[in-house]
Write a protein of this length. Structure first.
Ligand SMILES: [Zn+2]
Length: 406
């Protein structure tokens, strides 16, 4: 399958890692170009490294529908996250077999969604919505290479980034993506329609106590930062379980001094909180901050925190949700509306154009791992769903009239 073929273009030998504008991305672009050649698209790589292939409409000066996903990966990645959405878009063009529609289709392979190389995600899609500002060009990767230089090294000109922005002729953005979670599998459904992409808070907490000898300090005279942090972590888990739809994770923890025979004096932890409703998420974060304060107070510790990210939830377009549901039904499946806990390019595109997403069942819910997979039958259903959508759009002048909210 084509996803597996693209997984061979990697920065690491033996596993898949393909970050923003890394050398193997050239290989991926060349491979995709060979697939696109018989489809007679107008292919270009924009200045932000996005692959853009335009399949013209029956007539000139018609709206365009974007279909795509991302071509970059995390380290030790699976073969389908992002890539499937691009391969599927090309399969739809191929299936049209030269037939022209009342709108053009632009296949987009985004250059950066994961944010692995420069520590900030969505570099590709931000260029499309005109939000790739100067400050991004100065970001450096772990080797000290700035974004500006990475773009030049890839053979592109950072001065042209503004030209990558969408014009006013885009009627919608459609993204097919693996679910990356266990829900569709648990419901025995191949496809889902995304209603919203959850908002996300990220914070960093530091508990400070007093480092001391593990053998000579009695239990009642300790200021143990790890014990305080542990009590709070349990409160995070318990608190999240009480709020429907909320997920809260302490995923990283550094202790000081981190020795077996020393009571910890300091613990730094991360907190990640997500929910489709922003007020619920913000209230939950406030509650968890209060928990941290009262636990620290009760133990004679201090706690401080910094906000690292506060991303609002993004709703997908209503009429696209309805159209996708209908297309899933026509493909012989039961549609299921769901919230995406992970961020996606569609959430950036939704700033400017109506955006919709179709999720494909992920066996075992496993993603960001070489064991990531899809079922061939599910991909066939996704393609069928895609064709029904193209037809629905073709028959809907109202849809084609919808342009950009810029
Ligand atoms: Zn992805």
């Amino acid at each position: 399958m084509r996803c597996r073929k693209l997984a061979t273009f990697s920065e690491d030998s033996g596993s898949l890692r393909r970050t923003f504008l890394s050398a193997p991305m050239h290989g991926v672009h060349r491979e995709i170009a060979t697939w696109l050649e018989p489809l007679r698209t107008e292919l270009q790589i924009d200045a932000a490294g996005n692959l853009r292939a335009l399949y013209p409409a029956a007539e000139a000066a018609t709206p365009r529908l974007l279909i795509g996903s991302h071509l970059d990966t995390v380290p030790n990645a699976g073969a389908f996250d992002g890539i499937l959405g691009v391969v599927l878009a090309i399969a739809l063009l191929k299936g049209l077999d030269g037939r022209r529609l009342p709108y053009a289709i632009e296949v987009v392979g985004f250059s950066d969604e994961e944010g692995v190389r420069f520590g900030t995600p969505f570099l590709g899609s931000r260029a499309l919505v005109g939000r790739f500002d100067e400050s991004l060009l100065a970001l450096q990767d772990s080797h000290g290479v700035p974004v500006r230089k990475a773009i030049e090294d890839f053979g592109l000109d950072p001065a042209n980034i503004a030209e990558a922005a969408l014009r006013n002729d885009v009627c919608a953005n459609l993204e097919f993506h693996i679910e990356q979670g266990p829900l569709l599998e648990s419901l025995e459904l191949p496809l889902g329609v995304v209603e919203a992409i959850a908002g996300q808070s990220r914070l960093e907490f530091t508990f400070v106590g007093r480092a001391n000898h593990a053998g000579t300090t009695p239990m009642n005279l300790r200021f143990d930062a790890i014990a305080g942090a542990a009590e709070w972590i349990a409160a995070v888990e318990g608190g999240a379980k009480r709020i429907p739809g909320l997920v809260a994770t302490v995923g990283s923890l550094q202790t000081e001094p981190g020795a077996v025979n020393v009571i910890a004096g300091k613990v730094r932890l991360s907190l990640d909180v997500r929910h489709p409703v922003d007020e619920v998420r913000i209230r939950a974060v406030e509650g968890l901050v209060r928990d941290a304060q009262s636990i620290a107070y009760g133990r004679g510790l201090t706690v401080s925190w910094k906000e690292r990210m506060n991303q609002s939830a993004v709703r997908m377009d209503h009429s696209l949700i309805a159209a996708i549901e209908e297309a899933i039904r026509k493909a012989g499946c039961k549609p299921h509306r769901m919230v995406s806990g992970a961020g996606h390019d569609a959430m950036i595109l939704a700033e400017r154009v109506p955006a919709g997403m179709v999720f494909v069942r992920t066996p075992g819910g496993i993603s960001h791992d070489p064991a990531e997979s899809v079922l061939v039958d599910d991909v066939v259903k996704a393609i069928e769903c895609g064709f029904h959508l193209l037809d629905e759009f073709a028959e809907s002048p109202a849809f084609q009239k919808r342009m950009h909210r810029a």
